[in-house]
Each structure stands twice: as C-alpha cells, then as structure tokens.
Design a binder for this molecule. Structure first.
Ligand code: AMP
Ligand code: ZN
Length: 475
C-alpha cells in the first residue's frame, strides 16, 4: 500500500510522491526550538511526530535528509539575554545543550543538520533573499528602517492557512508599534536595531538590525536543502503566520514551489488547553523524570496518539504508558525464553513459522496512524501470549515474532535498555585513572584511558566526575 499523508496545503490526504523518485534522499525541514528556555514536552510532541515520520520513511526504504533549525535570535531570546545580563550566545547555549539532552532522553533520532540562525553564513543568505524580494517589489523598507514583506503583492498569501487576507490581525510575534507598515499583515524580514537589542545586530544594506523569525527558516532551508523540498513539518501553531510567511519568502525569491507536503501535528494539551510557556501550564522532560518516569515512558506517552489528534497530558496517561511498556517487555522476555529452551528447535504446532501480516506498516502508511499500528502490536501480543500459555508456540515462531519486533522497533524505539554492567577490571582502571588525575599525572591518566578504551569502554570527564560508557562499535 502506498504511503499517504495529510497535506495542510490541500487539506487532503495525498499519496506521497517524492520530488525526485530516483535515489536522492527525501528532503525534510523541521522547525526547531526557540532557545530562550528549556523546551517543554508539548514541543517534544512535535519532534516525536517528526521522528516517527522519518523512521517510517526509512522503514519503507527511503533515505531521508532532515534539517532542524535552532532559532537562537528573535524577540524572546534577546529579551531573555538582556534580563539575565549575559550575551545572547551565552544565554542561548544552555538551552541548546538542554534540547539535545532531552531529545536524547526521548530517543529522537538526530537530524542531519542543526543550523543556527545566528551563523553568519545564514545571515548572509537572509540578507541576499531580502534584497531579491525588494528588487521584485515584494518587500519594502518602511520609515522605521525595518524591511517588511508586502503580502498584497503575493497572490498566494493565505493559501496554506486558508486565510482571508482582510481578516488579518496583529499576532503575538509582531511588535505592536509597527505602525509604518503598508498592511497590518505585512511581516518583518529585517528588524532595524533599537536600543533594547543591545549588541545583537548585524550590518545590512538597510542599516544595522537582525532578521525576522520567518526569513531564518526560509534561508536555512534553502541553504541546506535547495529551492524545493519534499516535506516541511511543525506544530499547528506554526501554520500561520510562520509557514505562510516561509512560502511567501521562498517562492517570492525562486518562483518555484517551495514544499510538496506540509505536515502539522496537533497540540499537546493540559486540561484541554495548549501546553505553552505563556500559559505556565507546562512540564519539561526533567520535570517528568523527577516524578520517577523514564524517557522511554514519556516517549511512548507522546507517541501513542495519532499526530493530528490533540493529546491531553496526564499522569494517568504516563502510568498507562508504563503498563503498556511492561506488557511489551514481558512479551519479549517470554519469546526470548522460548527460543532459548533446550528443545527450542522442535516445532510444537504445525511446524510453520507464522506469516505476520504487514498491518503495522500499513497502518503507518495511512497518514502515520500510530494508534492503529500499536493496536495491531497489542493484539498480536494478546494472541501470541495465549499461544504460549497453551504451549502452542514453537521456537521458530517465537523467533519470527522477535524478528518482527526488531523491525517495527526501528520505528518505535521502545525497547528497554539492557542493564549495563561495567566489568570490575574497567572500574578499577577508571579508579586508578581518577587517582592519577588527582595527582596531575597526565601521562599515566592518558595511558589508563587507552587501556580502558582497549577493553571497549570510554571515559568522559564531566563536572560530576568521570563517566564510563560503552565505546561505539564495541559489543
Ligand atoms: P517554538 O520553540 O515555540 O518555536 O516551538 C517549537 C515547536 O513546538 C513548533 O513546531 C511548535 O509548533 C511546537 N509546539 C509548541 N507548543 C506545542 C504543543 N503544546 N504541542 C505540540 N507542539 C507544540
Ligand atoms: Zn521555522
């Protein structure tokens, strides 16, 4: 069955046809975090949905090239740095680190690239794009020295959000004193420097200033993925004005269709309201871990509902996630036990390995219907458990189910982590190395590091002392 995805642009479920069906990778751009504070788990619902999309495409044999930007300059980051009395870069750095930590905890696959908006390469690209838009009459510099996009000159403006231009009103991301604009819906491409910006400024043909939020994504997408991409994702709150503006800017510059499929996930809610920083009703990943839950449990809780259905976050939901994972764990343990029995090769039933229907993949082909896919998983668990209870499952069948699990787990990534046991000799070498470091005997310390490495382990020196991890590639 072909993969079908709901395209916000057409408001229809469409068959997925990549731009370039030959070997080239699927190009995906995902709007990343604005690093003015730690991302909340609502943000991570969006990132987990994008992770599911990427993993399912890969399961279906596509190669994916995904870019996720880091918004490290806009109104909130500047205000945050000012209030904290530190430079912008120092202020945003801590939240970038936290973002990667949380994404790792939630087992989100890393994107291929994480461009940051303040990188001079991309600032240059933004300036270049704005110049083209001005030359085409699609943008203008107003009396306040800022440059705005002229939405009346872009006939498709509003197509993504299915919006009537005459209804446009000022939005939260637009400064209230922008009285110099021709139209209330014109959005800033370049914001002229003012005192509140402090040392956050770049030179441009329009004077010192900084980019608007929307042009950042257009420029980084174009710089890393080219003029046209396959899929662009975000939460539904990104549809307008952010993604609408991205279309206007990118297509305004190139004259080509920017994105083939626009995918947006519904919000994570708390008591029926969007989880949001501004409402103060949010939890971060560490908040959830502090309550005794694991990253795996939170991943499951955020993943289990179809991405276009709003999901209410509750602690009861977290407990359900825990129970569901326990069922998977027990099932896997039973299957493994069966394959390890001494008479494991002797078939007990009809001697045939089960033919497992492709219902899991088929459900995901249906606009990433994860609830149906998980429904099939739990139905299979129920049936195979019953077969095992009645002694009707043989080892080859158990093995076939384990192979099936291995395959679907490349999408789910929900397996319990095997307990890591550090061999005593490695611990001893690590202790010796700590002593050597305390005595500032760096040669000895390096030598011990090498010996630890040779045994398949790596030492990392952190603020809390040295930590041992399995060396990648070692078994
Ligand atoms: P921001 O850091 O505000 O730019 O948001 C980063 C991503 O999280 C965007 O794709 C948003 O659409 C998404 N997002 C924000 N709040 C929520 C929420 N409560 N539920 C799901 N996604 C969200
Ligand atoms: Zn964006």
């Amino acid at each position: 069955m072909a993969l079908r995805l709901f395209n916000t642009y057409s408001r229809e479920v469409e068959e997925f046809e990549p731009r370039d069906p030959s070997a080239r990778p699927i190009k995906i751009y995902t709007c990343g975090p604005t690093v003015y504070s730690r991302a909340h788990i609502g943000n991570f619902r969006a990132y987990i949905f994008e992770d599911l999309l990427q993993r399912h495409l890969e399961l279906r044999g596509y190669k994916v090239h995904r870019v996720m930007n880091i918004t490290d300059v806009e109104d909130k980051t500047i205000r945050g740095a000012r209030e904290a009395g530190v430079r912008l870069q120092k202020f945003t750095e801590q939240f970038k680190v936290a973002f990667f930590e949380d994404a790792h905890t939630l087992r989100i696959k890393r994107a291929d690239e994480y461009p940051a908006a303040t990188d001079q390469r991309y600032i240059d690209r933004m300036i270049e794009m704005i110049s083209v838009l001005i030359s085409k009459g699609l943008a203008y510099q107003a009396d306040d020295k800022s440059v705005y996009f002229r939405i009346n000159k872009f006939p498709n403006y509003g197509k993504l959000a299915h919006f009537d231009l005459t209804q446009l009103q000022s939005t939260g991301r637009v400064k209230h004193d922008e009285y110099d604009k021709e139209h209330i819906g014109d959005f800033a491409l370049w914001k002229a420097w003012d005192e509140a910006d402090g040392d956050v400024k770049w030179d441009s043909p329009w004077g010192p200033g900084r980019p608007g939020w929307h042009i950042e994504c257009s420029a980084m997408s174009m710089a890393l993925l080219g003029d046209q991409i396959d899929v662009h994702c975000g939460g539904v709150d990104n549809i307008f004005p952010h993604h609408e503006a991205e279309i206007a800017q990118s297509e305004g510059v190139t004259g080509k269709k920017f994105v083939r499929y626009w995918l947006h996930c519904a919000h994570l809610l708390v008591d029926g309201q969007k989880m949001a920083k501004s409402l103060g009703n949010f939890y971060t990943v560490p908040d959830v871990l502090a309550k005794g839950y694991t990253g795996r449990e939170l991943r499951y809780a955020l993943l289990r509902v179809h991405y276009r259905v709003p999901l209410n976050f509750t602690w009861e939901g977290m407990n359900e996630a825990r129970e569901s994972l326990a069922r998977i764990d027990e099932w896997l343990a039973r299957l493994r036990e069966l394959t390890e029995k001494p008479n494991a090769e002797r078939p007990t039933a009809n001697g045939q390995s089960p033919v497992i229907e492709p219902a899991f993949e088929d459900a995901l082909d249906d606009d990433l219907n994860i609830s149906a896919a998980l429904g099939f998983l739990f139905e299979s668990i129920r049936e195979t458990n019953r077969a095992m209870d009645q002694n009707e499952m043989d080892a080859p069948s158990a093995r076939a189910w384990l192979d099936w699990w291995k395959r679907i787990n490349t999408v789910l990534d929900l397996e319990a982590e095997a307990e890591i046991v550090i061999p005593p000799e490695v611990t001893q070498l690590a202790d010796e190395r700590e002593n050597a470091r305390r005595e500032k005997n760096w040669n000895r310390s390096d030598e011990l590091r090498e010996r630890i490495f040779a045994l398949g382990w790596e030492v990392r020196d952190t603020k809390e002392g040295s930590k041992l991890t399995r060396r990648s590639g070692s078994t």
